[in-house]
Design a protein around this ligand. Structure first.
Ligand SMILES: Cc1ncc(COP(=O)(O)O)c(C=O)c1O
Length: 413
């Protein structure tokens, strides 16, 4: 069985409107399109019960129930306990808050490992902890491939290491990192593991009970939802860190690590992602499955296969184009890389290529995408021009990829 992409697209209003459907959208790593069930929930919240939730009157009760459904969806989606999940405004802010929460535990000379592959959201907040005496150790990419080697991490950790911060998938390189391998090395020396899943979550469904990390972060506006950041913190770590919310919310899991407070309507709308994946499940599978997480897992199996096909279609064409340097893995093999494909041309600046493609109704962008250190380490002369990034998700089609290939062949010949 293969993913019925037409059915998936039928769930997205953006594909029903000729003006917007005409664009081949390959900027999904910057934020994905949103399916109807998410939009419906957001609309209903604003239209009918946009009041302070959890009060005694009807609209407030409904608002609270809608929010609970959003929280419940996130916990189920991750296979997490409810009290381990924070839904904050963004991953960058969640990381910043977490770093503040960990700060009082650090002693001068304690070490933190960061990479030069990550988005700045998973670097800058940890680097700031050097102000508290932490020593920052850098796990560096191979400048030719953009990939990180576990053997290098082995050499970096020691009994002073308190944290290892890395990404399950870089938003530039696209390789899936061996999270269990990272956690094994970190835990051996007693360090906690922070896994940035922002560029992983649109492509694969993380199960935090299997991930071996202690913190998992992702952003729901890249996974077909509203603009929020989810932070899962393993209970044992959560119990050791200082509440960053109001003092009287110390024991409330949803509020402890979210000093801004919850964004009501946006959280409520997240349940629509679950409904969307349930629609995909019902369309593809006849077997009754009562567990929503299991349903999502089955659908993500189809998503993975489809995305791998798209990735290989594009990579094959890029391999044959003169003067193209593909960043990361040059072949798409299931389980090895996401359909997030960055490259540079020896003949044209990335910005010029992005503009040419935009004239042909193809949405891509160029730059460093806030993974500036990664682009610099790759030896790309002008990091602002950076790479051209084509980021695909399950609703992209082989026809769209062919359109892109035809245009790239015309631009790069
Ligand atoms: C890999 C990665 N990590 C973190 C972030 C930051 O997420 P947010 O925009 O929710 O702060 C991004 C955003 O593009 C990202 O791609």
């Amino acid at each position: 069985m293969v993913l019925d992409v037409d059915f998936a697209r039928s769930q997205f209003p953006v594909f029903q409107r000729p003006e917007t459907a005409a664009w081949a959208f390959f900027e999904n790593a910057g934020g994905s399109y949103v399916p109807e069930p998410v939009i419906d929930r957001l609309d209903a919240f604003f239209r009918w019960y946009k009041v302070q939730p959890y009060g005694p009157f009807e609209s407030s009760i409904i608002a609270g129930e809608a929010m609970d459904a959003g929280y419940q969806f996130v916990a189920q989606w991750l296979n997490a306990n409810d009290d381990e999940v924070t839904v904050g405004p963004s991953t960058t802010l969640n990381g910043y808050v977490l770093a503040q929460a960990l700060r009082p535990q650090l002693r001068p000379g304690d070490e933190i490992v960061i990479t030069n592959q990550d988005h700045e959201a998973n670097i800058g907040c940890w680097e700031r902890l050097s102000e508290a005496g932490a020593v920052i150790r850098r796990w560096e990419i191979d400048p030719a491939t953009g990939e990180l080697a576990l053997a290098d991490l082995e050499r970096l950790v020691n009994s002073r290491t308190r944290l290892v911060c890395f990404s399950l998938c870089s938003n530039i390189v696209g390789t899936f990192q061996d999270a269990v391998g990272v956690a094994e090395i970190a835990h051996r020396v007693g360090a906690a593991v922070v896994a940035d899943g922002v560029s992983y979550a649109p492509h694969r469904l993380a199960d935090v009970s299997q991930l071996a990390a202690d913190v998992y972060l992702y952003s729901t506006y890249k996974t077909f939802g509203t603009h929020l950041g989810v932070m899962w913190i393993r209970r044992e770590l959560q119990e050791r860190i200082v509440c960053q919310g109001h003092y009287f919310n110390r024991d409330k899991a949803r509020y402890r690590m979210n000093p801004t407070g919850p964004l009501h309507a946006e959280i409520a709308a997240l349940a629509g992602i679950g409904e969307y994946f349930d629609r995909l499940y019902a369309h593809h599978f006849t077997q009754q499955e009562t567990n929503p997480r299991q349903r999502a897992e089955r659908v993500f199996g189809l998503v993975a296969e489809h995305e791998t096909r798209l990735a290989e279609q594009l990579l094959q064409a890029l391999r044959a184009l003169p003067g193209i340097r593909i960043i990361g893995q040059t072949h798409a093999r299931e389980g090895r890389r996401a359909a997030t494909i960055s490259f540079v041309s020896a003949r044209q600046r990335s910005a010029a290529l992005a503009r040419s493609l935009a004239l042909r109704k193809i949405c891509v962008r160029n730059g460093h995408f806030y993974a500036r250190r990664c682009v610099e380490a790759l030896g790309i002369g002008d990091p602002d021009d950076g790479v051209l990034r084509v980021s695909m998700v399950h609703y992209n089609t082989q026809d769209e990829v062919q359109r892109l290939i035809d245009e790239l062949q015309a631009c790069c010949k």
